[in-house]
Design a binder for this molecule. Structure first.
Ligand code: R5P
Length: 294
């Protein structure tokens, strides 16, 4: 079956790598914004009879990214595409994964409903699955959650030594990345504890003391959003006389002044995966996606 890649506004870098790895051409597409802020989508090449890999990250301006994906996917189907597969390296809206307070929208579920109504299948990386254990609990289409653990582990192994480096997860949820990655490459690890007061205030403390002095620390988390979690984790380990603190995240949301905050807290380096286009992207995970789609 013929295949083509449709590149939406937040999918450019990732789609270019995917296209190269899979040898699948990109479809000409016009994306624009009307003067009043409404979105414009037009396919300039034929989608008829094709399987379309539609690449978009729900980041930056996530609401526009989501609507653009919805409009493009529905249009592709109307124009005769055989299947539309959503390649969403970052699946936004997954952190509101329950009704925390009475009357709140359970956004993860509603966004999953919307995507289930425009896509035939979805692929993403390291979705924020904490209270929801599997994407298939909220999606009505096949939805696959890929892992960036291997490329991150390879990056850490290349840059640091297990002899003097500890991998740290800033909260219990991060253990599924930090502890797993550490184990896969034989590094020591520990998981801190976090209390969140609201979206811009968290407290992080060391739960299990280690021989910290003179060690390098690599903090691994899935998302950096406001940057408070990372900054507080840096402060907690710095107090213990560690040598250097390096930060790695999968999804570089970096809202507001997150980057400045993390640097100010004392991060020696900051690296992210290329699931969201960002200046810190140093770990390419497109190979994992290409492998899955082959
Ligand atoms: C929370 O469970 C996530 O794993 C991240 O720790 C969190 O989303 C980071 O958010 P922020 O950068 O706003 O502290």
């Amino acid at each position: 079956m013929p295949k083509a890649i449709a590149v939406l506004s937040k999918g450019k870098g990732f789609a270019a790598k995917l296209s190269g790895k899979l040898g699948i051409k990109k479809l000409p597409l016009k994306l624009d914004v009307f003067p009043d802020g409404e979105l414009y989508v037009r396919f300039l090449g034929s989608v008829k009879g094709k399987t379309i890999y539609m690449v978009q990250s729900l980041s930056g301006a996530p609401n526009n990214a989501l609507l653009e994906l919805f409009l493009a996917a529905r249009t592709a189907k109307e124009l005769g595409a055989k299947k539309v597969f959503g390649i969403l390296p970052y699946l936004g809206y997954m952190r509101q994964d329950k009704r925390f307070k009475a009357g709140e929208c359970f956004s993860a579920k509603e966004v999953a409903w919307l995507l289930s109504n425009c896509l035939d299948r979805l692929y993403t990386f390291d979705a924020h699955l904490h209270r929801i254990k599997s994407l298939n609990k909220i999606f009505r289409i096949p939805a696959k959650n890929l892992s960036s653990a291997k490329p991150i582990a390879a990056y850490i192994k290349k840059k640091f030594s297990s002899k003097n480096t500890v991998i740290v997860g800033p909260d219990i949820e991060s253990s599924q990345w930090a502890a797993k990655i550490a184990k896969s490459i034989g590094f020591e690890s520990t998981i801190l504890r976090k209390k969140r007061f609201h979206s811009r205030k968290v407290k992080v403390h060391v739960h299990k003391e280690l021989e910290w002095k003179g060690k390098n620390v690599v903090i691994v988390d899935d998302i950096v959003s406001s940057g408070h979690t990372m900054a507080e984790a840096i402060k907690a380990v710095k107090k213990r006389g560690v040598k250097e603190v390096h930060c790695i995240c999968i999804h570089a949301v970096f809202s507001e002044d997150a980057l400045r905050k993390i640097r100010k807290a004392g991060a020696k380096s900051i690296a992210s995966c290329n699931t969201i286009p960002h200046a810190t992207n140093k770990i390419d995970v497109s190979g994992e996606m290409a492998e899955e789609l082959r």
